[in-house]
Design a protein around this ligand. Sequence first.
Ligand SMILES: *Cc1c(COP(=O)(O)O)cnc(C)c1O
Length: 387
Amino acid sequence: MATQFPLTSFEGLRTPFYYYDLDLLRKTLEIIRNEARKQRVVVHYAVKANANPRILSHVQMAGLGADCVSGGEIRAALQTGFSSDKIVFAGVGKADWEINLALDHDIFCFNVESLPELEVINSLAAAKSKVARVALRINPDVQADTHHYIRTGSKENKFGINLSDLENIVESARAMSHINLVGIHFHIGSQITEMNNFAGLAARVNEIQDRLTALHWIPEHVNLGGGLGIDYHHPDEASIPDFADYFATLRRMLKLRPDQTLHVEPGRSVVGQCGSLIARVLYVKQASEKQFAILDAGMTELIRPALYQAYHKIEHISAAPAAPVQKYDVVGPICESSDCFGKEVDLPLVKRGDFIAIRSAGAYGEIMSSNYNCRPNPASYFSDDLH
Ligand SMILES: *Cc1c(COP(=O)(O)O)cnc(C)c1O
């Protein structure tokens, strides 16, 4: 599905802003829902990818649950209408108020990352005479083929419980009176496009399940986290990730015990392709060997290129027909050299006032925007409202 940009409506809007293609989002959610039903997978959307209220509301209406990593995200999910028994709460550093909030709302499950955290949840639950449902986040020690800043499942990462501590922590958890151990949880990283990474995770989980069986524990659910990548190079041709293949791979590789349910937590793959950052060109600057297209959007609106050297496709969406193609370094106005969206990008001739779309910015875009340089938050517009 190709996103169409309503340029005439854009004319009247102050740039930069986020533009969301809701037809694409709806279609993506429909596919997720159908494939998940077919393959019997329970899906919790990772709210951290994009918590725009309107996006959250579409995700909620599609029947997905929410994967939250903070009290603020739990509040956002509840306000959107996610039912609390579809909310999971992850994160290495849950504060007491966040744990209490989750206990007060009887969320589906805490994904717990350490023994000290487990002890705190046990005592806070005891104080409320509640029993917390807990899944243990285990670090499976597998490598994912992705940027090292977004890789989380190898043993040098801060995330999860070490495999060598598995038996001890399971025994401790089972001895705690206000903990109900219901699941195991994994998340190996983000923007993973090679299915064999997920197959490798599933194989490791099978070994772990055997160790748990030896302890006479069969978790009710196995949560494999998120991480399915999107095609940043082909936002229109590959607008919807292959959820059928993803779910089928997990199902095929994972040896689930009878009655065990499989859960996943996709973020990027749900919302990544439906969003674009729309900017205008402020200046075209010639410099010895180069020319720069200086935009009114920068790393404050979309930090991924500066933070992870991430690629985003840059399109000149108001180009004159048959304009000659030239090379531009496309940069933002922020006082940082890393504030650059792309080097030597081929674009049809660019001039002041032209519209540029930075594609595949629906995930980890708007939500990571900052007020550095005292810049205001970007606005967001939706395809349903602009024609
Ligand atoms: C970030 C995160 C996700 C979502 O990752 P995506 O790559 O956006 O799918 C899911 N689960 C956990 C625990 C996470 O930290």
